[in-house]
Each structure stands twice: as C-alpha cells, then as structure tokens.
Design a protein around this ligand. Sequence first.
Ligand code: URA
Length: 356
Amino acid sequence: MHAFVRFREIGREHKAHFVAWFEPEHHIVELAAPFFARRFADMPWSILTPDLCAHWDGHAVSLTPGVAKSEAPSSDRLEETWRRYYASIFNPARLKVKAMQNEMPKKYWRNLPEASLIKPLIETAERAKSAMTASAASQPHKPQKRREPEITRTHAEDDIETLREEAESCRACPLWKDATQTVFGEGPQNARIMLVGEQPGDREDLAGKPFVGPTGQMLDRALQEAGIDRSKVYVTNAVKHFKFLPRGKIRLHQKPDTSEIKACRPWYERELAAIRPELVVAMGATAAQSVFGKITPVNKTRGRLIDHNGTSALVTVHPTYLLRLPDARARDMEYQRFVDDLKIAAAVLQKSARAA
Ligand code: URA
C-alpha cells in the first residue's frame, strides 16, 4: 500500500485535496494511514477503499466507511505529466521483466496511471535498446552563461505573492487552529537581506504582518541605526502562526517547539528560493534552527558571517530578548550589541554594492 497508492488532486489549486483509490487485500488501511500522514503531512488527503476510507486534514487521521470506486477521481491535471515522466525514465537497457513484476505485482496495476504504459514499453524495449546502442553518445551541454542576478530573481522559482496565498491554508502543524491567520513574510522580492524572526506575536497575528508590534518598533529603530532601510528588507518568521496560551483577555506568547519549526520550514525554504538574498539574518534560537535546519546555539554563532549552502547567514539575538531585560543598563548594552550585529549586515550590503 505504501508504494502503490496514487493520489489525484481535486479542488482549487490553493485549497487542493488529494484523493486516492486503493483496493487492499487485507484490512490494512487503518494501520497504513499514519505512514501517509507522516509522508504527506502538509497535504490534505483521502485514501478511499471499498471497506474503509482514511482522511488526513493536516492535523489528524479520521476513518469513514468504504465507498465505491466511482467516488474517486479517475484522473487529474498532472496525470499525463506523470505518465510521460515514467516513460522517459524507463530504461530499456536495464529491463528485467521478472524483477519488475516482482516489485510491482500485476494485481496493483489496475489503479496505477502508469500501468498501461508498461506493456508497450516492454514490447518496444529491444528496438529502443538497439537504437540507443546505435546512436552517438550525447554531448555535454554547453555551460550556460551566468545570468545577471536581477534576471535570476525575476525568474525565481516561486513568486512571493503566490507563496503567501498558498500559505493562507497551511495546516502542516496545529498552530493554525487558534491563530487568526497565517502571517507570511513581507518585503520586496529583490530584497538583498532576509530577516528571520521567531513567530508572529499578538499584534502581528491580528494585523497579518510580521514585526508590527512593540518588537517590530524596536527592530525598526535598530535597523535604522545600523543604516538599513527596512522597506528594502524581506522580513519573515520561522513559524508563521502565533502560538499562545489564552489567559483571560491576554494571549501569552508560547515558544514554538521543534515539530512546529520543522513543519513550517518548507515555507522558509521557499521564501529563500524566491528571494535569493545575499544575506539571511537569523534573530534568536528559533530562527537559527530554521535557517540552519538544526538546533544552533545563538551565543556560539552570533555576530559572524557563516556560509550556509551558498548563502551568507548571520545569527543575532531576538529583539524581544532586549525588551525583556529588566536592567536598563544591560538593556542598553545588549541593544547596542544588536545594532552592531546589524551593522555587519549593512557592511555586507555596502561591500557587494561597491563590487557591482
Ligand atoms: N516576534 C517575532 O519573532 N516576529 C514577529 O513578527 C513579531 C515578534
């Protein structure tokens, strides 16, 4: 079941639901469902079978009685692409029919979109193999001329507005349930600096924008003192929903845990791919964990440029930490250190502007 379930997309692109039809020989649906919940945690899905159906809404698995095959979609917009891909990776020179049929027993074929290709691919394998042997070796592609950064950015993989819309319905962790809305990153797509915070606070949750409350005001002041124009910076958070404990009329901030940081990390990665900044500034431990993909102590990494998968990263404290320091003198000193860290970011920008 793990290998032979094929989902088909139904519904609108941003509110998509993925539905599969499967006919197990044994009562395995309930046992297999947690695997699919882990494997496809961020996509809502249903696996329909004649005896029992399993559903995942991004939060919990639920079970309902079985249905008829006619309830399941018979195709979707990506089916032809998947079949073409399957045909293109089929290597006639490596064909071992017996081994293949052992791995992919025929009893599953009737529900696999690629199955109807298998017979013709096997039949034409000999001819395709001779043609491959007879043809000249393919030549390596000429290296492409390096594109100018501006052009690369306009062709970035995802456009931030599309990502923002997609993230509105994110259910990858349970935080969406109590939060008012997803608070996605904000700033120009060609920003050269990306600032990453922890998660939206109370004010951000209501406004739908990152760093607009008291912490945001302190951040704005520090950026200004460091010589960085916030309107040119892309500002986001490691976790995009507000996590809190209700206490009367107050919503008490709760630190996101590792599972929530991990569940949200794909958004950070896609923002990074879309913005392609010269420098990422991780503010605080949660941001550092998201940026580096692992627990990263702030004190050990703070204030120096670190290369992370080809992008420069800088770790500093979270501005909320400064607001919470009880001693005014310590607060002033720490604030100054924070500004000094941001000045490192400003210097990176100046240096690259001079080099351009
Ligand atoms: N703290 C954060 O980490 N992010 C915000 O957006 C606001 C406060």
